[in-house]
Ligand binder design. Sequence first.
Ligand code: NAG
Ligand code: NAG
Length: 197
Amino acid sequence: MAKTNTFPRLPSAFLISLTVIFLFSPLAGAKPTTFSRNLSPESLGLRREKLSHLHFYFHDIVSGRNPTAVRVAQARMTNTSKTGFGAVVMADDPLTVGPSPTSKLVGKAQGIYACAAQDEAGLLMVMNYVFTEGKYNGSTLSVLGRNKVFNEVREMPIVGGSGVFRFARGYAQAKTHTFDLKTGDGVVEYNVYVFHY
Ligand SMILES: *[C@@H]1O[C@H](CO)[C@@H](O)[C@H](O)[C@H]1NC(C)=O
Ligand SMILES: *[C@@H]1O[C@H](CO)[C@@H](O)[C@H](O)[C@H]1NC(C)=O
């Protein structure tokens, strides 16, 4: 009889100590397991926000044996649409310091542009500018905007960035430098204004 009485005590003592552990371990300074917390910008090494201006040329080559932009999808109506509505293009376009294709490479524009307007030439641009030059090497800027390609200057938002462009926000202005109506190849001058740390 004495034996059977001692057994039920063990599990209840065990349960109580488990409860104590679960209740008090977060308060006892164990590793924080919280989902969110406040912290100072300095703790991430963020001191003063800077404004940078980047200037480069974007080479969109759709013709020839080595295109840098290829159509990857379209709608049935794309062929009959006067604006190419529904066409989706994947690009890995060189960015250079000058307008010549042999000018020094500073990065690539990687992403998608698509014909998003039915009544005019209007592109949806979803792109990352990936830089390879100097302190910008490996850093990116993300562009998400509307590009009315036949306008003199088109403005697109810079919605973020990585590397030296963490917390980036700003805008890009695109101006066609040359456009070959026959081949569809284009060179576009970009001025990018961006706040970052
Ligand atoms: C659209 O036209 C191209 C050639 O101009 C053809 O290769 C393609 O199959 C056509 N697409 C559709 C969906 O009709
Ligand atoms: C950029 O970084 C990569 C990888 O770290 C390196 O291989 C490359 O040489 C760098 N390019 C320039 C232009 O500094």
